[in-house]
Design a protein around this ligand. Structure first.
Ligand code: UDP
Length: 235
């Protein structure tokens, strides 16, 4: 379905995992994006970002705001598929299926820390590379070479939106990764350097409030939320 011009796929967790397995089996390049209200509002005035979201092979409904909007438009979505929950689930699946995983982005040492946590949980997991780096164009070639040499099936990119998603779209023609996904702050959560909102706050749909309390600087970004609600109500 489409919310304010941005396409979102209606998926259960099982369907998401089945799609991921299809992508890896195909061996062809695929891009996964995790849509939340901030993405949708950014896409309204960023045509390059909007194009990348529209071209993605899978657009996950990350955020309660999307479920609310979908219900309002008469096309309810089965569940929320967040990047923060999706990364650990895909890591578990990768361990079972023998997929090679590469972690790109987040602050210095975070990808390595996240890799340690995931490998402790899943001893069979093959993490074939961890690299912070940055989405800056002058680093792109070296990072592409590094990832190409590691030949991952799955690439998680934690550069924050829209940079991570633009980065994947730009490099996929060269990388050809079966499953490349922008994951925002997910590696920070796994590494334990940032706390995820407790489940009860998530159920109350107040994850945004928890994140705001932890990172007050987010307020400006979070203005997207009331703007999103307003835009949906008017639509
Ligand atoms: N980040 C990075 N390089 C950059 C910009 C961001 O590695 O040039 C990382 C940052 O450390 C964090 C992630 O990208 O791990 C994005 O975090 P954010 O809170 O923006 O993500 P969200 O979960 O809100 O999408």
């Amino acid at each position: 379905m489409t919310i304010l011009g941005v396409r979102v796929h209606a998926l259960t967790w099982e369907a998401f995992e089945a799609q991921a397995a299809d992508f890896v089996r195909s061996g062809q390049a695929h891009q996964v994006v995790t849509i939340n209200p901030e993405f949708i509002m950014a896409a309204q005035h960023d045509p390059a970002f909007a194009r990348v979201l529209a071209a993605a092979d899978l657009a996950l409904a990350d955020g309660w705001g999307l479920l609310w909007a979908a219900r309002r438009f008469g096309k309810p979505l089965p569940t929320r598929i967040t990047g923060s929950d999706g990364v650990p689930r895909l890591a578990a699946l990768a361990a079972r299926e023998g997929w090679r995983v590469f972690l790109l982005g987040a602050g210095p040492g975070i990808a390595e820390q996240a890799a340690n946590v995931l490998c402790a949980r899943h001893p069979a997991l093959q993490i074939v590379g961890c690299f912070g780096g940055s989405p800056r164009p002058d680093e792109e070639e070296a990072i592409v070479a590094r990832i190409t040499a590691a030949r991952p099936h799955v690439l998680f990119v934690a550069y924050g939106a829209p940079n991570q998603d633009l980065w994947i779209a730009r490099t996929q023609p060269r990388l050809q990764i079966p499953l490349a996904m922008g994951v925002g702050g997910s590696l920070d959560f796994i590494a334990g350097v940032r706390r995820r909102a407790p489940a009860w706050l998530q159920r109350l749909h107040l994850e945004w409030l928890f994140r705001l309390a932890q990172e007050p600087r987010r307020w400006r970004r979070q203005l997207a939320l009331p703007r999103f609600v307003w835009a949906v109500l008017r639509a």
